[in-house]
Design a protein around this ligand. Sequence first.
Ligand code: IMP
Ligand code: MG
Length: 182
Amino acid sequence: MINGQTAMTLLANADLIHSAETVAAAVNRVARAITTRLHASQPLLLCVMKGGVPFAGQLLTRLSFPLDFDYLDVSRYGQATAGGALAWRVEPSLAVNGRTVLVVDDILDEGVTLAAIRDRLLQMGAAACFTAVLADKLHGREKPLQADFVALTVPDRFVFGYGMDACGAWRNLPAIYAMREG
Ligand code: IMP
Ligand code: MG
């Protein structure tokens, strides 16, 4: 966590990557794509804490077909751990067995987190596992998973806002910013 003054300085020195209007339009686009694909399958929408909250919340208000909602919370053991070892802080409390699941997260970076979540949900008996991310980071390296639904792409920089945090701050912004290098 950082204090309020440090958070203000951080934002003042950041670059705007996607405005609030651009993000809102992209979320609407994804909601339509999800509706086309999943409207008849009564999916279980799973929000990945905490970064997935704004995206999942806005999506929810734009999906007008029967679905269920739950959340999960994971953390990576650390950058050094290859192969997607995850610590599950909270597993979904609703049964995923036989369900079409839609996992909603903030950002697909290396893809390790989302790939491990998908593998675990399929192991738990999910019939199908779709993934939706607000942002796909363009870094040119192979990812173990491509998201089924992507709202926006972001450059290979540390981004924050709309669920994504910078040292714990600014998940609450309606737009997406990148920290300035150096
Ligand atoms: P991955 O396993 O590398 O795809 O990591 C994904 C997770 O790392 C996301 O759910 C975020 O919590 C975090 N993350 C990765 N890149 C960023 C970023 O640029 N800003 C904020 N969080 C990030
Ligand atoms: Mg996350």
